[in-house]
Design a protein. Structure first.
Length: 253
């Protein structure tokens, strides 16, 4: 089989982060990577800012607009499809609100190039800006992920700073349903792990957020995440023998 050249693109799902997105895009371009902005049905102020960014950086920044808000997962799935159509091999996902350190992009890309079949997933190193409820709530998800993978390999499934190999992601998206909102980051990682994709962790500094806008709905998104963990648990049960065998055989588990 012909080996596909390593060709990454940064995909940023954006919903009403017009005050932070310019600095994020500048950080991406400073890292020397092309950028695909997925406008997830933003209101006009943000939509106008995104059009201006694409116009200011032709050939470097591409804009794809979803007229109706799809949620973070829906925007990323649209971004994967656009990246595939443009011939990229990998997608680096980073949030639009400025919480991730774009200075770390070269480290993520270098690790992805060294391990092109793996997902490179950030492990947040938080500063004092992190909301304590969000911080402590993550631990419940960590425990569920370890249960649903029968492994400790996924050290943090909620960080939105990561690099995906597009080939296994496209197969997964074509064959299974993945959560389209705040359940997306964890669910896609667990389902890729089930399919034998290695997950490699990389620490990265995280702040909350530069423009003061968070789209996390405490009640709705926590309910979605709880339902996701339940789906994954019942999906894990028939896979348990294979997952345990991978651990015993010294595989990726």
């Amino acid at each position: 089989m012909r080996e596909v050249a390593f060709s990454p693109v940064v995909v940023i799902p954006v919903y009403d982060h017009e005050h932070a997105i310019g600095a994020v895009v500048q950080g991406v371009l400073s890292a020397g990577l092309p950028c695909l902005l997925v406008d997830d049905g933003s209101h006009e102020g943000c939509a106008q800012a995104l059009r201006a960014l694409a116009a200011q950086h032709p050939g470097q920044v591409t804009l794809h607009r979803l007229e109706i808000n799809q949620g973070k997962g829906g925007a990323m799935l649209a971004g994967f499809a656009q990246a595939s159509q443009r011939g990229y091999s990998h997608v680096l996902q980073i949030d639009a609100d400025g919480q991730h350190t774009t200075d770390d992009i070269p480290a993520f890309v270098a690790l992805a190039q060294a391990h092109p079949e793996a997902v490179i997933c950030g492990i947040p190193a938080y500063d004092a800006s992190v909301p304590k409820a969000r911080l402590y709530g993550r631990y419940a998800t960590h425990i569920w992920v370890w249960i649903n993978t029968l492994s400790l390999q996924i050290r943090d499934s909620m960080c939105g700073f990561r690099v995906y190999p597009l080939a296994p992601v496209n197969r997964l998206a074509a064959e299974e349903t993945i959560g389209r909102r705040m359940d997306f980051d964890t669910e896609i990682l667990v389902r890729l792990f089930w399919r034998g994709v290695q997950v490699i962790s990389l620490p990265t500094r995280v702040t909350y957020p530069s423009d003061g806008v968070s789209h996390f709905d405490v009640w709705r998104d926590n309910m979605r995440i709880s339902c996701m963990h339940t789906r994954l648990f019942f999906g894990m049960l028939p896979r348990a023998p294979r997952l345990l065998w991978r651990r015993l055989a010294g595989g990726v588990a």
